[in-house]
Design a protein. Structure first.
Ligand SMILES: [Zn+2]
Length: 480
């Protein structure tokens, strides 16, 4: 017994030494003012000898998630993070750019209000390595899990048996998992709802150049508004599946190759349903790919949030990009030469070396992040009308990207002409001016005369709309 205690004490000592080293390393590396950097350690209060079992792991991961959500919501920048594990249990060290007092308020709030908060030990230190205790910020000490006594005092008095404590933790975990399951299911459902809304609102925005809308079929002969609607309905619930799979990938630390296999499986089933609903017409293949990967990445982000709220879309797009790393090389550069039958994207790549939807996703959706989403926000403000805002965003995307749908049925010079017409419409004031509207009609006429349709831009508009709506549904933590 003595040996075990000796070992525990030694490893506790090691943690302290590690913390000091961590603080020194950060101070040596940083360019920021040290007094505005706070150091935080996350450990778990768990009774008994098994400090590295599955329950501790779950509680530990949730404590990090709860903290990251607070970083995200409060725009707190994490400077450095390290995780270590020894027989005292896992520890995470984080250095963040925030005043220690403010971070203390946040961590106390998590400890007091999160459903598992009583098991979290979120300790705060300043750059001198001094602990900022609850007492120092005028708060009373933490209470024991089970009784109203001061936790440290209760522990010293050994008021509760190990069995009693263990039973309590087990019950709390069961309740937490039930609650968390409902939170996750609600989140997954809301992802499906906004994905479907994005599809439908893009479809209904009218009039659009070359695309199907409420008024006509644009440049399409083989599909119409009703078919698009039916197809959107047929693929709707796959966005839940993508989000759920993204959560699974995050929880299980699935590697990229396996993650892509899982997501591809869902994508193929969604395509099957789409073809069934349309009698074999490809209505939504592009958007199943783009929005599929983005909804999956949103599920992943829900489990492993990072960064700050203002960069939400960037962070989610980055997760998708990471999964897709290598896709243009594997599916376009290396493969299209040998395949007998190519998709439109592969054909366009062969002729023009334009990477299309795959390239866009692999690069982290730069057209959405740099053009689509900012344009949409601006246009909502400009028009106070979503439909007009969507149409203007479509114009911005059309003026910026090399749309593979236009290249597939048209050519480079037609693409250039279309980009210029879109640009000019915007320069003339868009839908705010008669000249703008007149030029927009010219664009519509040109698209229909040449039987061209900006399908790639439309898909990126859908992703932009999805991101625009997403900010309203993140996050809820299970509270007591
Ligand atoms: Zn007690």
């Amino acid at each position: 017994m003595n040996e075990i205690i000796q070992k525990l004490l030694k490893e506790k000592e090691e943690r302290i030494i590690f913390r000091k080293k961590f603080i020194n390393d950060v101070l040596n590396e940083t360019k920021y003012d040290a007094s505005n950097i706070t150091f935080l350690t996350i450990t778990i209060n768990y009774p008994g000898p098994n400090k590295n079992g599955n329950i501790v792991k779950l509680i530990f991961e949730e404590s990090i998630r709860a903290l990251k959500i607070n970083f995200f919501k409060n725009n707190i920048i994490s400077l450095k993070e390290i995780k270590i594990k020894n027989s005292v249990g896992p520890v995470k060290f984080i250095a963040a750019r925030i005043d220690p007092q403010n971070l203390k308020k946040i961590t106390v709030n998590i400890e007091e209000n999160h459903y598992l908060g009583r098991f979290f030990d979120l300790d705060i230190y300043n750059y001198k390595g001094e602990a900022l205790t609850r007492k120092k910020v005028g708060l009373s000490a933490r209470k024991c899990y089970l009784c109203e006594l001061n936790a440290n005092l209760c522990r010293r008095l050994q008021k509760h048996s190990y069995e009693e404590l263990k039973y309590y933790v087990k019950k709390q975990m069961e309740n937490y998992q039930k609650k968390q399951k409902i939170v996750e299911e609600n989140f997954i459902k809301s992802i499906e709802i906004i994905a479907y809304e994005a599809l439908m609102e893009e479809l209904s925005a009218s009039p659009k150049p070359g695309l199907i809308d409420k008024l006509n079929n644009g440049s399409h002969k083989d599909m119409d508004y009703l078919m698009m609607k039916k197809s959107a309905k047929a693929i709707k619930n796959f966005f839940s599946m993508f989000a759920k799979q993204g959560m699974y990938i995050a929880k299980n630390n699935t590697n990229n190759e396996q993650a892509m296999e899982l997501l591809k499986g869902i994508g193929l089933k969604a395509e099957e349903e789409m073809f069934l609903s349309t009698g074999g017409v490809n209505t939504h293949r592009g958007v199943i790919f783009s929005l599929g990967i983005i909804t999956a990445a949103t599920g992943y982000f829900f489990v492993k949030p990072k960064g700050r709220e203002e960069l939400l879309s960037n962070n989610i797009a980055e997760i998708a990009a990471n999964w897709l790393n290598g896709i243009t090389k594997n599916e376009l550069e290396n493969k299209s030469i040998c395949k007998l039958e190519n998709t439109h994207g592969e054909e366009v790549f062969k002729s023009y070396k334009v990477y299309g939807a795959r390239g866009e996703a692999e690069a982290g959706f730069p057209s959405v992040i740099q053009y689509g989403l900012p344009a949409l926000k601006k246009a909502v403000y400009k028009y106070k009308n979503l439909e007009k805002a969507y149409l203007e965003t479509l114009l911005v995307l059309m003026s910026k990207i090399d749309d593979t749908n236009i290249l597939y049925r048209g050519n480079i010079s037609k693409l250039k002409k279309i980009k210029a017409l879109a640009r000019k419409t915007l320069d003339l004031g868009g839908f705010k001016t008669e000249k703008g509207k007149c030029n927009y009609n010219k664009l519509i006429e040109y698209m229909e005369e040449n039987k061209l349709s900006p399908g790639g831009s439309a898909d990126l508009l859908i992703v932009s709309i999805y991101f625009y709506k997403l900010k309203n549904i993140l996050f809820r933590l299970p509270s007591k």
